[in-house]
Design a protein around this ligand. Structure first.
Ligand code: NAP
Length: 409
């Protein structure tokens, strides 16, 4: 692969998140270290982004539906980073080419039914070839997946087999039009029913009814008397929990198990004043919105009022946003450890851009240090494909990722 012209190509670089990946590379990557280019379907828009950011990089053009043009880009690079979504609409040719040309791949999808189709079509070949195809490297699902990985490994270092990890999220930020477009595409393609399967992304799905019951998504807000806080279902939980379970299952296959009967669950956490009311209000409001946008007439009324593809929160809103993911791992003997991942900046933009760019740079610069060594491949997850290397890179990029040294009794 060293004969390839580029180390990383940023595909979808003219989109709302795509532009921010260009800025991130311009600000954080030296051209002597990483040879990178930008790509997408519209040369004019891409050149405008390049000029606005003020970088001298090549511009490559291919519509996502033009397999030949996509092949020409993928064959020239060691890593593809794509932000062109809905991924179920714009991601297929890229993945197909990455598997054929053995080009590593990261994206920021949260479209788990689409990820399932990738597993069925490409996992076996990519595993044989050692090609790392890693979807869900944005806010969904890096904090959940990498946080769980760090907690479990810390418990194991202490000689404590892990039984469960729970994550508690708080976040502030805005919504991108592209995210809403992806959600609507999921509804329209009957993806929601598939997303209900708690083991949608597991290699084998022959779990017992009891296991399915044990891993069911939380439905209602509740007061957690152990932690003395109000919690509610986290709206990204149906994505993140499936990724964490895929990581656990893949590690199990590789004899690096998280623990027998390991479970993972995540929640939104609410603080006083009025924590209970906030938890109930948000859960009810979200259920109402989800129900409403699935009615065609209501959606046609609402859609023009919502952010459109290509748009997103203001600079000020993105700078003022933040997220916090607190994790608690419990061992089989009841002892445990706590950890946290936090950063300043809108999770769907600032944090997502940091997550996905550092994921691509892990592949481009540190492939030999990644978990599983040079030969690991397949449709992987952030934890199984990038692991500790990504954690270190994110820390160096200013993000808080810490696991406490003390053990909870
Ligand atoms: N994981 C996370 O936390 C997270 C956070 C934010 C967003 N996302 C996801 O990321 C995706 C992008 O979000 P966004 O806000 O950046 O959306 P966006 O601004 O609408 O960008 C969409 C991108 O797709 C490109 N595109 C559209 N049709 C194409 C085609 N036929 N061929 C090639 N490219 C095409 C657009 O190109 P043009 O510029 O030429 O139109 C643009 O670059 C969405 O799926 C969203 O759900 C995930």
């Amino acid at each position: 692969m060293s004969d390839r012209l580029y180390d990383v190509v940023l595909y979808g670089a003219s989109g709302f998140v795509g532009k921010q990946t260009v800025r991130y590379f311009a600000d954080h990557v030296s051209p002597e270290q990483v040879r990178w280019a930008i790509a997408g379907r519209n040369r004019q828009k891409l050149e405008a982004v390049r000029d606005e950011v003020g970088v001298t990089v090549d511009v490559l053009v291919a519509d996502s539906q033009d397999q030949r043009a996509i092949d020409a880009i993928v064959a020239q690079t060691r890593v593809i980073l794509t932000t062109a979504g809905p991924f179920a609409l714009y991601g297929n040719a890229l993945i197909d080419a990455c598997v054929r040309f053995r080009t590593h791949y990261v994206d920021i999808t949260g479209e788990t039914p689409w990820v399932r189709t990738l597993i069925d079509r490409y996992h076996a070949q990519a595993a044989i070839d050692g090609t790392r195809i890693i979807p869900c490297c944005g806010f969904d699902s890096v904090p959940s997946d990498l946080g769980t990985y760090l907690i479990v490994r810390r418990l194991q270092e202490l000689g404590l087999p892990c039984k469960q990890v729970k994550a508690y999220f708080q976040a502030a930020g805005g919504f991108n039009g592209g995210t809403l477009a992806s959600a609507f595409n999921l509804y329209d393609s009957q993806g929601l029913a598939k997303m209900n399967d708690p083991f949608l992304l597991n290699p084998v799905r022959n779990q017992t009814q009891a296991e399915r019951e044990q891993n069911r998504d939380p439905q209602l807000p509740a007061f957690d008397p152990n932690l003395n806080i109000w919690i509610a279902p986290f709206f990204m939980g149906a994505v993140n929990t499936r990724i964490v379970r895929r990581s656990a299952a893949l590690f199990e296959d590789w004899q690096e198990s998280y623990g027998t009967d390991f479970t993972y669950q995540e929640y939104l956490k609410f603080e006083e004043p009025l924590a209970g009311l906030k938890a109930m209000g948000l859960t009810a409001g979200l259920a109402l919105f989800m129900g409403a946008v699935q009615q065609p007439q209501v959606r046609s009324l609402l859609q023009p009022l919502l952010p459109q593809p290509g748009s997103g929160p203001s600079e000020q809103m993105m700078n003022e946003g933040w997220f916090s993911c607190e994790l608690i791992g419990t061992a089989t003997d009841g002892r445990g450890v706590r950890g946290r991942i936090r950063d300043q900046g809108d999770p769907g933009n600032r944090a997502t851009v940091k997550f996905v760019c550092e994921s691509a740079l892990s592949l481009a610069l540190q492939i030999a240090e990644l978990p599983g060594g040079q030969t690991r491949g397949g449709i992987l997850t952030p934890a199984t494909g990038l692991g500790e290397v990504l954690a270190q890179r994110l820390r160096r990029a200013g993000m808080t990722l810490e696991i406490d040294a003390s053990v909870l009794d």
